[in-house]
Design a protein around this ligand. Structure first.
Ligand code: PEP
Ligand code: MG
Length: 758
């Protein structure tokens, strides 16, 4: 290794002068081949660069000079074309014995037997090749290949600074990155989107490759390693990725790589050879990438992504570019690519520029998906190996209805997508036309359809959809988008704006549901619930709010002031026992007293409600019922607790069906237990926004749904086509003696009646 470093170092020292000189680009390339040739003692050194899709001999020492700018090879043609096509080095004792060998008489290369070539890579794409040749047949030593690869990095910088290549005129690493690809996944937020890939954590472009001061570069890497390790340890304790299942495995791998001494040592050696910290990290990563590519093992490929992630993280630390794509001038048609995201991270994106999201993980009720739904951004999740097929800037047609994403689509796919988009627009227009239609069933039952919201920007959809009101305003979204705890006046302003915009329509404000997968950076500490092993079942929502009394009081006061002179609907999340409801209500009543004593204007009336998300509450509804005006069934949490299946665990995302007899019977029992009480019951979980699930809920007796705004039109359309007596009878029948496939039975039922259910 020592000599690899020395060889590369002496070349780099000489190249440094060339790079800094004022010579023109061609003269520089001529000097480069001389320097490499001399230092590696090679009889031939040549540089091929990509021009107009062909690899052209740009400079050589040892081959015929008359071949320069004359010899041109297509991608995949000859040894040079093969190196560029595969982005892989070749090391051959006898070049002519290789099946891809192609003899070009004008070069005069017949006397040279051995051949070693490495790709020149820019932004992960081959833009040329650097080749050495010898008369004597021999395989090149690893140290020589290493030196060539390091020099190829410097060349990549030189040719890009000198505009010697067209950045768009480059090749991709493998057919995975060149050919059109159709990826499939789980539609998490339905919709269509066309745009270009943007990585949530963008790759860093390395500006300088050759170091001025090796010691300084070493220090920069040490510091970056420290920071990165700290960040990974923190991630493990704060569950940035959520907890459980795959996340933990990922974090374990991250930790293993972050503390891997071998990795750090190899970066150090690359610095010794004269590279900057950034270039050294990239150099080591390139080498690993090439080695891994030779191993065809999906598990290893997965681990490779982890190391890529980490290497990228280290690059960002060292270069000081630590933001995500959200803060780096997002393009106007971004299709965001990530392993997973937190809801707060997604909220950082400009919703006008963000057209779609594709995740390797994700589940239907993870809060990031709920946020995306609120933002009206289609999401495709569970796309395995996603980052192995997509590159920054690739064109993508996302069909999160059918569950596919077409990367680098061909003309036929584009045409089909456009026709689907046109149909989609037509359908949207039909739904928009239902704005003023009352959702009433064929037998005259009025079904109330409310929307779920959480941001100021969501409120206009209330009028656009003609929904009956806001059935769930997730107040914690404001907390998630803030860098600090929102002060009372900011809260009041938001609530007042929402009420003003809603006009006569009711708005149900849910008090903050922080915790679980909605963690707040500024609320962290020993007491923020983030150390819980199971945050979704931990210190969150009302449990946290009741103990952080200051937070709850501030929110209560803000809501009361905002609703002065009007009706305030307030709802408490995660009520597990009736006393929690009493305690929360008491905070509001206390604030009322305070405002009254100050002679402030009060709400005309307050209606208190509870969310039913914890199954235990269902057993004491008789105790709770006299205290509340309304109950909202939060099926996202309720089902995760009923099934003991973490709602954000991607491995369980497809395991349990909302249309299962257990959930259906549970909800029906809740309704029956509330018979005779004057309590409005709503379902506000994500399932209510899906037509088939809504159909089943109506069959159980639910008459109020609070759903994502995009589902209002489709639901209105369906409601108008059903007869509640019929669906109630069918549900009773199916639940009395559960059919094996309730979903299938509902589909058949809907289709027999010409009711669209998708
Ligand atoms: C629910 O749990 O169903 C719900 C509506 O609340 P959230 O999704 O915000 O937890
Ligand atoms: Mg909930």
């Amino acid at each position: 290794m020592e000599s690899a470093t020395t060889a590369a170092r002496s070349i780099l020292t000489n190249l440094h002068e060339v790079m800094a000189s004022r010579a023109n680009a061609q003269a520089k390339l001529n000097q480069v081949v001389d320097i490499i040739g001399e230092n590696l003692d090679s009889e031939v050194c040549s540089i091929y660069l990509l021009r107009e899709g062909m690899l052209e001999l740009f400079a050589t020492r040892g081959l015929e000079q008359s071949a320069v700018h004359v010899t041109r090879l297509a991608i995949g043609e000859g040894l040079v074309g093969t190196i560029a096509k595969n982005v892989e080095m070749l090391n051959l004792a006898e070049a002519a014995a290789h099946p891809d060998f192609l003899y070009r008489p004008e070069t005069g290369e017949e006397k040279f037997h051995s051949f070693a070539g490495v790709p020149i890579v820019r932004r992960e794409r081959a833009v040329g090749a650097l080749v050495v040749q010898h008369v004597e047949p021999r395989r090149y030593a690893d140290v020589e290949i290493e030196a060539l690869q390091t020099v190829a990095m410097v060349l990549a910088e030189l040719i890009s600074n000198a505009d010697l290549i067209d950045e768009h005129d480059s090749l991709s690493a493998s057919p995975h990155f060149v050919d059109p690809q159709q990826l499939s996944g789980l539609p998490l937020v339905k919709g269509l989107a066309a745009g270009h890939a943007v990585f949530h954590q963008p790759r860093i472009n390395i500006e300088h490759v050759v170091a001025e001061n090796t010691e300084a570069e070493r220090q920069r890497v040490y510091l970056a390693f420290d920071k990165m390790r700290e960040q990974i340890d923190k991630m493990a304790s704060q569950a940035e990725f959520g907890v459980g299942g795959e996340h933990e495995a990922v974090l374990e791998t991250y930790k293993m790589f972050a503390y891997d001494e071998g990795w750090a040592r190899r970066i150090n050696e690359a610095i010794d050879s004269g590279l900057t910290a950034e270039a050294a990290i990239e150099r080591v990563q390139q080498r690993t990438r090439m080695r891994m590519r030779q191993i065809d093992d999906p598990l290893l490929a997965e681990r490779m992504h982890d190391l890529e992630d980490l290497s990228n993280r280290l690059l960002r630390m060292v270069s000081g570019q630590v933001g995500t794509a959200a803060t780096m001038g997002l393009r106007g048609d971004a299709i965001l690519i990530a392993r997973n995201l937190g809801p707060a991270e997604l909220l950082e994106y400009d919703r006008r520029r963000l057209k779609g999201v594709i995740l390797e993980e994700g589940s239907l009720t993870a809060h990031v998906v709920i946020v995306a739904r609120a933002m009206g951004v289609p999401v495709l999740g569970r796309v395995h190996g996603l980052r192995g097929y997509v590159r920054e800037g690739d064109e993508i047609l996302l069909d999160a209805q059918q569950g596919i994403a077409n990367v680098r689509p061909g003309p036929a796919v584009i045409e089909a997508f456009e026709s689907r988009s046109a149909k989609n627009r037509e359908r949207q227009a039909t739904y928009a036309g239902l704005r003023d239609v009352e959702p009433r069933t064929k037998d005259g039952e009025r079904v109330s359809i409310y929307i779920n919201a959480g941001l100021r920007d969501d409120v206009p959809t209330l009028n656009m959809t003609g929904a009956d009101g806001i059935g769930l305003f997730r107040t914690e979204f404001q907390f998630l988008v803030s860098a600090t705890l929102p002060q009372r006046d900011r809260q009041t302003r938001l609530y007042r704006d929402v009420l003003d915009a809603a006009g006569d329509k009711p708005v149900v404000f849910r008090t903050v549901d922080i915790g679980g997968d909605k963690s707040l950076p500024y609320l962290r500490g020993d007491d923020d619930g983030q150390d819980d092993e199971n945050p979704a079942m931990g210190w969150r929502a009302l449990r946290l709010a009741l103990e952080r009394e200051g937070l709850m009081k501030a929110q209560a006061r803000s809501l009361l002031e905002a609703a002065a002179g009007r009706t305030l609907y307030v709802m408490f999340p995660m009520v597990s026992e009736p006393w929690e409801f009493d305690a929360a209500k008491a905070v509001f009543e206390g604030q009322m007293e305070f405002l009254r004593s100050r002679r402030k204007m009060l709400p005309e009336q307050i209606r208190y409600g509870a969310m039913l998300e914890v199954p235990a509450l269902a057993e004491v509804l008789d105790v709770l019922a006299p205290k509340i005006s309304f109950l909202s069934i939060g099926t996202n949490d309720l089902t995760q607790f009923l099934f003991a299946a973490d709602r954000s665990n991607p491995k369980l995302a497809e395991r349990y069906d909302w249309l299962s007899p257990s959930i259906m019977r549970f909800i029906r029992r809740v309704l029956r237990n509330l018979d005779g009480h004057d309590i409005a019951v709503t379902v506000c979980g994500e399932m209510g926004g899906r037509r088939l699930e809504a159909l089943a809920l109506i069959g159980l007796g639910i008459r109020r749904l609070s759903i994502t705004p995009a589902s209002v039109g489709p639901l209105k359309e369906m409601v108008c086509k059903i007869d509640t007596r019929e669906i109630t009878a069918a549900m009773d029948r199916w639940l009395a003696d559960p059919v094996p496939d309730l979903r299938g039975s509902l589909i058949a039922w809907a289709e027999e009646r010409g009711i669209e259910w998708e």
